[in-house]
Write a protein that binds this ligand. Structure first.
Ligand SMILES: *Cc1c(COP(=O)(O)O)cnc(C)c1O
Length: 350
């Protein structure tokens, strides 16, 4: 398939910057950390970092998930603080320290490895200690917290680490559970402070809780989905925030009762979204079938080759956003975006 007929993910730089501005306004004084895992939720890291650092209020904090993503961010944002939270092998810790990247630490063995690498390199590692507030994914259990912070403070006194942050992740299953988690988090911060640490970055909320539950925000809010305008499944619209990306595919054939468009399951769209309505020049039409590399859409009067069909995106007169499509098949909007393969051309517009 050539350039002209390939499906494309069109992304608006202006829309992205407007979303960041809306988030900065809503979250202040909590600082926005822009999370870029999964290649910036399928949008592409590089242009998004450029747009974030060139925004009216420049973004100074990024979340990279892993070291390789953090290095891509660092290449475009030499001044930013970049936070990585996956447990990384020693060679990656070494690389991260050389690039002034902050490390999230959720286990004692990992803390010890960071300390050993920092000692070996002769540097001070910036770390954010993670308390497990109930998600049980990673993080130090409250009963193990005192021993963990004692060891961290000893390493800090040796100048090998600097405890710059404390963090956790909310389950967001119910408000009551999140309240309990926030109380646990506050206790962890208090005991860390009484051990002598001054963790400037205190963060536990992601998009939904940061936006809707201001009382849970710390000094930093880690935001992924809402930056890209991806709302929560079954969640409300977010005032001032809208989808950044639209998936468009040209018509490559017009038949009696349907047209063929140039996007299919091998581009990463789930075949189970068949039945959704999509945006066409003739208005909303049904996506009848998703094939391997093409799909069938109900025809409209005057349909012709080269016209664009919008599978999802802002301004589409159909299901309209990735989350709406996701809701049809019981998943989340992020998955619709991150599944799109490199065969889908990424195009950034102003
Ligand atoms: C993905 C992730 C986030 C961002 O979550 P969103 O709901 O996309 O805002 C924040 N923190 C951690 C640890 C994550 O893994």
């Amino acid at each position: 398939m050539d350039e002209l007929t390939a499906p494309r993910l069109e992304m608006s730089r202006a829309r992205y910057q407007q979303n960041l501005a809306a988030l900065q306004r809503q979250l202040a004084p909590s600082q926005l950390m822009v999370v870029m895992k999964d290649d910036a939720y399928g949008h592409g890291v590089e242009w998004a970092v450029d747009a974030a650092v060139e925004a009216a209020t420049p973004v100074a904090l990024f979340g990279g998930y892993d070291v390789s993503t953090a290095l891509r961010i660092r290449a475009r944002a030499p001044q930013a603080r970049i936070f990585v939270w996956v447990t990384s092998p020693d060679d990656e810790i070494r690389t991260a320290l050389a690039s002034d990247i902050d490390l999230g630490v959720g286990t004692l063995p990992y803390l010890r490895r960071i300390v050993a690498v920092a000692r070996d390199v002769g540097t001070t590692a910036r770390v954010h200690l993670k308390i497990d507030t109930g998600l049980h994914r990673n993080g130090v259990r409250p009963e193990d917290w005192p021993a963990f912070i004692a060891e961290a403070m000893a390493a800090q006194n040796d100048g090998v680490i600097d405890v710059v942050g404390v963090w956790s992740h909310l389950a967001e299953a119910s408000d009551a559970e999140d309240d309990d988690a926030a109380a646990e988090f506050a206790r962890a911060v208090a005991s860390l402070e009484s051990a002598g640490a001054r963790p400037v970055a205190r963060h536990l909320t992601a998009s939904a809780a940061s936006w809707w539950r201001p009382e849970l925000r710390g000094s930093v809010s880690r935001i992924g989905a809402f930056c890209y305008g991806v709302r929560s499944a079954d969640g409300p619209e977010i005032p001032g925030v809208a989808p950044v990306a639209a998936l468009r595919a040209p018509v490559i054939d017009v038949l009696d009762d349907h047209v063929v468009i140039s996007v299919g399951a091998l581009h990463g769209i789930p075949s189970t979204i068949a039945g959704a309505s999509v945006g066409t020049p003739g208005g909303a039409r049904v996506l009848r079938h998703v094939g391997a590399v093409t799909s069938a859409v109900e025809v409209w009067p005057g349909a012709r080759q080269g016209q664009d069909v919008t599978v999802f995106g802002p301004g589409a007169d159909g299901e309209s956003d990735a989350t709406a499509l996701a809701e049809r098949i019981d998943t989340v909007g992020e998955e619709i975006l991150t599944r799109l393969t490199p065969r889908v051309r990424r195009v950034v517009t102003d």
